[in-house]
Design a protein around this ligand. Sequence first.
Ligand SMILES: Nc1nc2c(ncn2[C@@H]2O[C@H](COP(=O)(O)OP(=O)(O)O)[C@@H](O)[C@H]2O)c(=O)[nH]1
Ligand SMILES: [Mg+2]
Length: 372
Amino acid sequence: MSDPFDGTSDFDSAEQPMIVKRNEPDPVRPQQPALPTSAPRPRTAPAKPPSKFSGLDENPDQVAISLVGPTSGGKTTFLQAILKGEPDRDAYGTWRAIAPPKSPLVSHLITQSHANRFPVPTTEPSTEIWRIRGATATTWTRSKWGRTIEVPGGPVEFKLAILDPPGGEFLDPTAKGLTDQLVKADGLILLIDPVRMMAETRDEMKALLRDDEEIHPTFAFVDSLMRAMDYELAESGTGGMPQFLSVCVGKLDHPEVYRRADQLGLIDLDHGKQPTVPSGPAARALFENLCRYSVNPNDADLPGKLTAWFDNVSYHAASSIGFYLDPSGTFDPEDFVNVTTSDDVRTVRRAQPNQVWETLLDLWTSIKETRA
Ligand SMILES: Nc1nc2c(ncn2[C@@H]2O[C@H](COP(=O)(O)OP(=O)(O)O)[C@@H](O)[C@H]2O)c(=O)[nH]1
Ligand SMILES: [Mg+2]
C-alpha cells in the first residue's frame, strides 16, 4: 500500500488557487454546536479589575475571548483564518468578524491572505478588539396544530480580544499590559503547536526560526503564563482560574501531525469535505499524546496541570489553512499538503480553515450557556 507521507506529495508545484464547489451539507450533521466534553460547572464570575485596554471594559456583559500560545505557534495565522473563513453554516449559522480594516494587523493579514501567504512574524504587539457577530442557526418547531414553524436565529455578538505579542512577551510574568488584559477575558483559546513538540518536525521548526530565536517549550510558556495570570487575579480572591479554557491543537494539516492523528485512529473522514479530529475526547487524545511523547519531557505534565488550574476545559483540533482539496472539493490522501515551498517562499495552495471558527464558537457557546 502506498504511504501518503513518503515525501512524494506534490510539494513543489505552486498551483493557483481555484474555486472548489461547496459540498452539500451532511444530512446527519448535528444542528447545534457540540458542547464541551465536561459539562461546565456554574460559577460566580470574579470581580475583575478595570481594564486600561478600553475595549474590554465597554459592554462588560458581552463575552470576551482571547487567544494565547507560544511564539510561532500559529496565533496570527489563526486570526487570519478567522478573517478568511466561516463556520459550518448548518450547525452554527452565519458569522463574521468585524475588525478595524486600517489597523496594521488587519491590513497585513488581508494582504497576505490575498497573496496566499502566511502572515510574517509579529514584531509589534497588537491589542485590538474584533467584534464577532452572527445569527444563530434557524431552528424548527411544531405548532399545536402540528404545523412546522421556522424560528429564525437571532443576532448575537461577542468580543475577540486580540493580544498578539511578538516573541517571548508572555514569558515574563511581570510583563504588564498583556497578562493584565488576559485576566479580563471570559474564555481563552490556548493554541498548541504540535510541530515544536514532535520529534519528526522539530528540525523543521528550527529551520523556520531566525538565528536569534529560540523555541519556547509549550509547558514553560503555559506555566509562566498561568503564574502571571494568577498573580493578576490574586486580589479578586478566586479559587482556580475563572476563564473557560479551550485547548486547541493547531496545524492539523501538517502531514506529520495528520499522520500522528491518523495512526491514533482519531481522524474523521465522514464529516464533510475535510478530515477533522472531532472536538471533545478525540481532540483531547491527540493533545495528550503530543504532550506524552513531546521532545520536551516537561510537556507530559501539561494535561494534568491544565485540568488542575481550570474548571472548564474543552478540546479541539484545527488547522488555520486546512487540507488541500482537489478541484471537486474532495480530500485526496495522496495530495493534501497545502503548503508549497519555492525559493524559500512558502505559499498556501488554497486556504480553507478547518475547525477554527468552530473552536471559537464552541467556547462562546459554553460560556454563554453557563452564564444564562
Ligand atoms: N501547516 C501549517 N502551518 C502553520 C499553521 N499556522 C501557522 N503555521 C506555521 O507557523 C508559523 C508561525 O505562525 P504564526 O501565526 O506567525 O505564529 P504566532 O507567533 O503564534 O503568531 C507560520 O509562519 C507557518 O509557517 C497551520 O495551520 N498549518
Ligand atoms: Mg504572531
